[in-house]
Design a protein around this ligand. Structure first.
Ligand code: ADP
Ligand code: MG
Length: 233
């Protein structure tokens, strides 16, 4: 689904350049649930933004569902983004004056789907995340965990191939974090490919594979069950 080869990224500020990604190689198969772990500043968001086509690498290659992602014009990039990718952020990024239902339905509006179908689809995704009774509520009437579940429903509404989440539990207490991760696991079990960025070990442990990033390189790439098996020896 995702294939990355020798990816490099630097940020230039004035005369100095900060080399953030220093040759990243990895691939993700369809149906995987992967976490990208690393301390603050290790380049996790930079990598996720490149995977999400929100930013471009300086060197290396990226192939998404067989499509080489390079030098795309903004229009084509936007089309691929809408078709392939769903995003979830730490800060939810909901529209404050729109109801939960309208937040979920909005991406469908941009896809040109008619109102009746938008509402039906949005309701079905709200049901999937357990928020049917909250459909007409505004974001500020929802708890943090509920807001993140609305954001997840919104990300799923356009039926993306891959769900990308940058610190999806970063603003939540630990009980709520685990509930959101339970939901992410459930969505993965239905076959959706999911990548999450986190710096929390217990969150990463709830994924099937942990990719450890340090100083711009992958220092570890483990299937969790293999790690657990080794620890049990
Ligand atoms: P993480 O998500 O792991 O905390 P980031 O990918 O956000 O790390 O950042 C990696 C490094 O790149 C940090 O040192 C950060 O300050 C720097 N950085 C991130 N974005 C930019 C930017 N747009 N311009 C300059 N430096 C940046
Ligand atoms: Mg980050």
């Amino acid at each position: 689904m995702i294939e990355i080869k020798d990816l490099h990224k630097s940020y230039k500020t004035g005369s100095t350049a900060l080399h953030v990604l220093k040759g990243i190689n990895f691939s993700v198969a369809e149906g995987e649930l992967v976490s990208i772990m690393g301390s603050s500043g290790s380049g996790k968001s930079t990598l996720l933004n490149i995977l999400g086509m929100l930013d471009e690498a300086d060197a290396g290659s990226y192939t998404l569902d067989g499509v080489p992602i390079k030098n795309l014009n903004e229009k084509i990039a936007a089309r691929y983004r809408n078709k392939f990718l769903g995003f979830v952020f730490q800060s939810f990024n909901l529209i404050s004056y729109k109801s939960a239902l309208d937040n979920v339905a909005l991406p469908l509006y941009y896809q040109g789907i008619k109102r009746k179908e938008r509402i039906e689809k949005a309701m079905s995704y709200l049901e999937k995340v357990g928020l049917t009774p909250w459909a007409s509520h505004l974001p500020n009437e929802l708890s943090g965990g509920q807001k993140q579940r609305v954001a997840i429903a919104r990300a799923l509404a356009s039926d993306p191939k891959v769900l990308l989440a940058d610190e999806p539990t970063g603003a939540l207490d630990s009980k709520t974090s685990h509930e959101v991760m339970d939901l992410i696991q459930k969505i993965n079990e239905e076959g959706r490919t999911i990548l999450i960025v986190t710096h929390e070990h217990d969150i990463a442990q709830m994924t099937k594979r942990i990719v450890n990033l340090k100083d711009g390189v992958i220092i570890d790439d483990n299937k969790v069950n293999q790690v657990k098996a080794l620890q049990n020896v």
